[in-house]
Design a protein around this ligand. Structure first.
Ligand code: AMP
Ligand code: MN
Ligand code: MN
Ligand code: MN
Length: 274
């Protein structure tokens, strides 16, 4: 069995259609795949339908944007019921915030002399949510950045053109939506926030009280030392452990689908709850 419980389709900032994502999972030997687009479940029906004739088991998922102490966190909802009313309300709230932010980003870019409206519009699929990587791609096409990395240095981040400060829902609201729909809430890529260890422990304690029951331990980008740290934190705080590549694109070889190491046997995997 090979689990990958974190990836993106073109319904958010991934390159591939859900059907292509499923084929890739088959090719790469993934047996259990969760599609976790940013603040949307619009890609789930297509991947579930495509998987009816496949050996890959699909787990319904979503990656919520969250604000904690003024900082952006990502909380995954795994094994959710995407038809649950409470979950749908939460998704609509975040999706609406994304569209409002995109408009503010356009206005800010215009102030700085960049008109990205048409390019961003063309990059969006009919039902996909706007994300910063869409703006990054538009900036590359305009010649204002050579790649996404540079686009996220010169633009889109605090203090740079196109940055819009966001107040996303807090941890407990998001955990409630996920739990109300029968899912498990999991902190995504805990080391990407660059918190000190004591701040990370503070977050873990607070999120547990709020109903977040798991944490990603193995991602495509974690080295053995980081995995050891996350493994000990999960054990200490009695969390469920998850695995996710955070795959977005074949152009990002450092985060390929299925490319996250298995969990230590000492951990309780999040799928024990599916
Ligand atoms: P958003 O959720 O719309 O604010 O966009 C955040 C997404 O941008 C993340 O999920 C990443 O996929 C992507 N991202 C953030 N920083 C970078 C970066 N430096 N280079 C490439 N992609 C990035
Ligand atoms: Mn992303
Ligand atoms: Mn994320
Ligand atoms: Mn992600």
């Amino acid at each position: 069995m090979k689990f990958d419980l974190h990836c993106h389709s073109h319904y958010s900032d991934g390159d591939l259609a859900p059907e292509a994502l499923l084929s890739l999972a088959e090719q790469r030997g993934v047996t259990h795949l969760a599609l976790t687009d940013h603040d949307t479940v619009a890609g789930l029906p297509a991947i579930i339908a495509a998987a009816a004739e496949s050996s890959v088991k699909i787990i319904s998922g979503v990656e919520f944007s969250c604000t904690w102490n003024g900082q952006l966190l990502h909380i995954l909802g795994l094994n959710i019921d995407q038809n649950n009313e409470s979950l749908i309300e939460g998704i609509e709230r975040n999706t609406n915030q994304r569209f409002e932010r995109a408009e503010e980003m356009h206005v800010d870019f215009e102030k700085h002399g960049f008109d990205l409206r048409e390019r961003v519009q063309q990059l969006l699929q009919p039902h996909s949510v706007p994300t910063r990587p869409h703006f990054a791609q538009a900036l590359i096409e305009l010649g204002a950045a050579k790649d996404k990395r540079q686009a996220f240095k010169r633009f889109l981040v605090r203090g740079k053109p196109g940055y819009v400060a966001m107040q996303w829902p807090d941890i407990s609201e998001i955990a409630d939506w996920i739990r109300n729909s029968g899912g498990v809430a999991v902190l995504a890529h805990p080391l990407r926030y660059k918190f000190t260890r004591s701040k990370l422990v503070g977050l873990i304690k607070e999120m547990k009280l709020a109903g977040v029951e798991g944490m990603e331990v193995s991602t495509a980008a974690t080295d053995p030392q980081q995995t050891a740290l996350l493994t000990s934190l999960v054990q200490q705080h009695e969390l469920l452990a998850s695995i996710g590549s955070d795959f977005h694109s074949l152009d990002q070889p450092w985060a390929l689908l299925g490319n996250a190491a298995p969990l230590s046997d000492t951990l309780t995997p999040v799928w024990s709850r599916f």
